[in-house]
Design a protein around this ligand. Structure first.
Ligand SMILES: Cc1cc2nc3c(=O)[nH]c(=O)nc-3n(C[C@H](O)[C@H](O)[C@H](O)COP(=O)(O)O)c2cc1C
Length: 459
């Protein structure tokens, strides 16, 4: 079977929460119950993702536990106690050779130097497989772990993010690719003309540089973005190479992809340099009845208090506690805007307008946090992926298994062969780096483009 054309095959990411994406996954007997602190579980997942020839693994992150009703929280381990993701990806890098390694880091509660250094290191130690999901954080509680009473406003956090990423890119260009001579005979380790200080002076950051890590093997780790507000889309158009996005409707997904590709063109970027990958939560069975039984069994494991706790961060301004979970509610109960996620609020509003009850919303949300959830056979899931891909609505999908490790293995064993048989997915990795496999160009170093430089006399 010929290898499918890279531009014409799906990109696939595997997004892991410790026990799986479903809010009650940990109660499923197939889940790895102590997953949040079980390194062997994660190393097995990494090997399994590589067996499935996924482009990358993605780990989300927040710099706070979830806050709220402790009784409800004690029934939901996600984001309560788990590994820091870049440390975990570094461990996963040692047992894999091809699969990419992407983690979230927020631009709101980090400094650019730390992030530039951490992801450059991850790129080196994985030999070119790192990616950074740049978020501005919608979690209000992070602020209180970073000496602030409240989060930055939505506009401020995107202004900070813009400057942040420019500093990070600048730091990654500190060393030219061929700066390290390592010339024993001449006694010169690096060429001083190929080392560049940044001397950034901006409203949010003053960063002298240079970075104390050599230029990343990929030039820059792959840049990922997942904000869907106007500011988020403008930021993504300027910087993102991969977009994670919640899309549940084919036409809306196509309109979003068309819009983003147009925004890239307007900024002089090649639209093919952007991979748009909505989330997809597959609940698989040998037949539809088995898949539906799995879905319903998981839904039955969610107590009411936990269901409401799941919805609370989407609308922190609204008190859900007294609301009847089984009655249709007017969208009027929602605030006009939020300082949390604007796109999350818009989805919530749409569900209420469609007549969904709170229980129906949290049951849907419990699977994959507002991402598409598909219940059926491997063929059903492959049909959906093919339809969306061929309609130009996506470049690939971020697969979000409900229960781990079994949800990943089932996908690898059942759906991947279905996709390769249709020439929609690779049979072997194309290259060494995450960029090679995604078909993304390696960015040139800005200093190399401008020719020879005088060496700094003093660093
Ligand atoms: C697949 C996916 C993964 C995300 N991962 C994270 C994450 O790890 N940490 C985080 O704080 N936000 C995460 N987000 C949220 C977005 O990055 C963003 O902060 C949120 O959508 C609010 O931004 P907006 O107002 O621009 O929509 C994720 C969103 C999606 C769709």
């Amino acid at each position: 079977m010929p290898q499918p054309d890279r531009a014409r095959h799906l990109a696939l990411g595997a997004f892991f929460h410790p026990t799986g994406h479903h809010i009650a996954a940990w109660r499923d007997p197939e889940a790895q119950i102590d997953a949040g602190t079980n390194i062997d579980h994660y190393l097995d997942l990494a090997r399994e993702a590589e067996r499935g020839r996924f482009d990358f693994i993605f780990l989300a992150d927040a710099l706070a536990t979830r806050h709220g009703n402790l009784d409800a929280l004690s029934r939901w381990p996600q984001y309560m106690a788990y590994f820091e993701p870049t440390t975990l990806l570094a461990a996963m890098a040692t047992v894999t050779r091809h699969v990419g390694l992407i983690a979230t880091a927020t631009t709101s509660f980090n400094e650019p130097y730390n992030i530039a250094r951490r992801y450059a290191s991850l790129d080196h130690l994985s030999r070119g497989r790192a990616g950074w999901n740049m978020v501005t954080s919608s979690n209000q509680n992070e602020a209180r772990n970073f000496s602030r009473e409240a989060h930055f406003s939505h506009a401020d956090r995107y202004a900070r993010a813009e400057e942040f990423v420019q500093v990070v890119k600048g730091l990654w260009d500190s060393w030219e690719d061929d700066a390290f001579l390592r010339d024993r005979a001449e006694g010169r380790y690096f060429d001083p003309a190929k080392l560049h200080r940044l001397d950034h002076e901006g409203p949010h950051f003053q960063v002298r540089g240079p970075l104390n890590v050599a230029r990343p093997p990929q030039g820059q780790p792959v840049l990922v973005q997942a904000g869907a507000s106007e500011a988020g889309k403008a930021f993504a158009a300027a910087h993102a190479e991969v977009i994670f996005t919640a899309q549940t409707d084919l036409q809306a997904a196509r309109a979003f992809r068309d819009e983003m590709r147009e925004r890239l063109r307007a900024l002089g970027r090649d639209p093919d340099g952007l991979k748009i990958m909505p989330g997809l939560n597959p609940i698989l069975g040998r037949d539809r009845a088995e898949a539906e039984a799995k879905r319903d069994a998981l839904a039955a494991l969610i107590p009411e208090a936990l269901g409401k706790e799941l919805l609370a961060p989407i609308v922190p301004e609204l008190d859900l506690s007294g609301l009847d979970p089984d009655r249709a509610l007017s969208p009027e109960i929602l605030p006009a805007t939020t300082n949390a996620s604007e796109s999350g609020l818009a989805t919530f509003r749409r569900h209420l307008a469609e007549g969904m009850t709170l229980r129906q919303i949290w049951t849907r949300h419990a699977n994959a946090r507002g991402q598409n959830s598909l219940c059926g056979t491997a063929k059903d899931v492959a049909d959906h992926m093919q339809e969306w891909f061929e309609a130009g609505a996506v470049d690939g999908f971020l697969i979000q298994p409900s229960v781990l490790p079994t949800g990943l293995s089932t996908f690898v064993d059942a759906v991947i062969p279905e996709l390769t048989a249709r020439s929609l997915f690779r049979q072997h990795y194309e290259g060494q780096t995450l960029r090679d496999n995604l078909g993304l160009a390696r960015p040139a170093n800005r200093h190399a483009e401008t020719g020879p430089h005088a060496a700094m006399a003093i660093l």
